[in-house]
Design a protein around this ligand. Structure first.
Ligand code: HAM
Length: 508
């Protein structure tokens, strides 16, 4: 599979038209044994313009087919009919060829750097989890989107659709012995069988930051400040992006007012979260189905339209928990200096059942893009897994919508493949010392492309210098090497000098 993938990218980037057994050998030697079986890969037909779908929100465009002939699989006397495989990854998923991988690495480096600056520690969990972690009963969309199956031992497992349940499981497993608060971050791939739109895919990577053990909104303020720091690093301002903030205690208070049982709270939240997607009558009918009386439905929908603290106070009273927490959070935001990013909006409820307090969602202003990030407080998730109620809050930030936004705002940097030095032996007899020069330069911290193919012409080498934006070209010629020297071409000024290897390292 890995081999077919390599072949596909070679074809898609137009670099390889026919790959012979000999050409593939070095690749195969360093790849999986199954790669060795790939003897012939050649262009078969073009179904559509090739475009790499990775990181972009647009669905993958059908690629080209390659013909993979496995010599071992052809029975004696057969015509050797070729088997055609699709070059597309499964619908809604992405390959990451080098150029997309460079972008992903850049994005993740920024996620990591912000987390590090906020003194969070990195954690990770398996992509495959037990299904029971997600089988919540509140009617959440995410549960219907599971990539779940029974493993060979009959266990019900699923590819994780989000990271929060895994984090809760790990907190429970580590137990109370840990010193709280825990400030953890993770970057991981999540799988949801979703309807695909721009920025929504069937697999995506999520950056999560979570704080466990802090009941006050100081924790939410820390998380929001990290999100804003991330946006700012990428050149995004509060003119481009806002963060809508509310608190589920608003809805809780409204439900209490109408005497509705707390056990229908999660289901009500999940239903009203669909306000933007469904017609009002459909919301009303769904609320009716979970037993919310008509006058309460009216009260709930009314409460969701509130957009100011004054209105909220008028509805719930100045001493309500929701009002106090929201005001505290906005005051803290002022202290950090990111208050202009926040917008109180009672219609933000979030579609996950486990939130209990503050909820928030990052959105692109003047844009049709879906939520960029989202999170909130989930003080009761751990007790639903058999632990004790534990204060917790966090957010998830996907890798897809942000890239769309950066593209729209022309803020996405270029990610060229660059090297410092290109080293080439001008004679085959100098391959060994050339390898030594490359190794010494690499050990000194330089990025070195050693020309390992035979018979490369200088025209090709100079093209390669341009393509890789090399700073120096280092040539090993027989006469110079006999004097213990190499030719160094400084490519910024196009000046050539003779240097010993020690001098070469010293100036690097
Ligand atoms: P979520 O709102 O479901 O929350 O997802 C968080 C973010 O992940 C979204 O805002 C979006 O950036 C990204 N995302 C979600 N689904 C997709 C998709 N199909 N394609 C591309 N990107 C997607 C959660 O997952 C919570 N567990 C977040 C959290 C962490 N709450 C507390 N801690």
């Amino acid at each position: 599979m890995a081999c077919a993938s390599v072949a596909r990218h070679a074809l898609e980037s137009g670099l390889v038209v026919a790959v012979s057994r000999i050409q593939l050998k070095p690749l195969a030697a360093s790849a999986s044994p199954s790669c060795l079986k790939l003897l012939t890969v050649r262009r078969h037909g073009i179904r559509a313009m090739s475009e790499t779908p990775a990181m972009s929100g647009s669905p993958p465009i059908s690629g080209r087919s390659v013909v993979v002939k496995e010599k071992e699989a052809i029975p004696k006397g057969s015509t050797g009919a070729k088997e055609t495989i699709s070059t597309d990854p499964p619908r809604g998923t992405r390959d990451f060829p080098p150029e997309d991988m460079r972008m992903r690495t850049w994005l993740f480096d920024n996620f990591r750097e912000v987390s590090r600056l906020c003194a969070f520690e990195e954690v990770d969990f398996p992509v495959l989890e037990s299904e029971e972690l997600y089988t919540r009963k509140a009617g959440e969309e995410i549960v219907g989107q599971l990539y779940n199956f029974e493993d060979k031992g009959g266990r019900k497992v699923t590819l994780r659709p989000e990271l929060t349940p895994s984090l809760a499981r790990l907190v429970l497993q580590k137990g109370r012995a840990q010193s709280y608060p825990l400030k953890w971050f993770a970057i991981g791939q999540c799988w949801r069988y979703e309807r695909m739109t721009r920025g929504r895919r069937r697999e995506h990577y999520q950056w999560n930051m979570d704080i466990i053990g802090v009941p006050g909104v100081e924790a939410e303020a820390e998380l929001l400040s990290a999100i804003v720091m991330f946006f700012t690093r990428l050149g995004i301002t509060s003119k481009d992006v806002g963060i809508k903030v509310s608190n589920r205690k608003v809805l809780q208070a409204v439900l209490e007012k109408y005497g509705i049982q707390p056990d229908s709270f999660a289901a009500v939240c999940v239903i009203v979260d669909k306000l933007e997607k469904l017609k009002r009558e459909e919301i009303v009918s769904e609320l009716d189905k979970v037993g919310v009386p008509a006058e309460a439905i009216e009260g709930i929908l009314q409460a969701l339209t509130l957009q100011s603290f004054d209105d909220l106070e008028a509805l719930l009273g100045a001493d309500s928990g929701a009002v106090t927490e929201l005001k505290q959070l906005f005051a803290l935001a002022e202290g950090y200096g990111f208050q202009d990013w926040l917008h109180f909006d009672a219609s933000v409820v979030r579609g996950l059942a486990y939130y209990t307090g503050t909820v928030f969602e990052g959105f692109a202003k003047n844009s049709q893009l879906r939520a960029i990030c989202g999170g909130g407080r989930y003080d009761r998730l751990l007790s639903t897994y058999g632990g004790e109620d534990t204060p917790a809050c966090g957010f998830g930030f996907g890798d897809a919508v942000i890239v769309e936004l950066l593209k729209d705002k022309k803020l996405l940097p270029q990610f060229p493949h660059m090297v410092d030095d290109i080293v080439i032996a001008l004679d085959d007899s100098l391959k060994v010392p050339a390898a030594g020069v490359a190794a010494r330069l690499r050990n000194a911290g330089r990025v070195v492309e050693l020309v390992i193919e035979k018979g490369r012409k200088m025209k090709w080498v100079f093209k390669q210098c341009d393509a890789l934006k090399a700073k120096r070209l280092i040539l090993l010629g027989t006469t110079e090497w006999e004097q213990g020297k190499v030719s160094v071409k400084d490519l910024s000024v196009r000046e050539q000098t003779l240097k010993t290897v020690d001098e070469l390292i010293a100036v690097s």
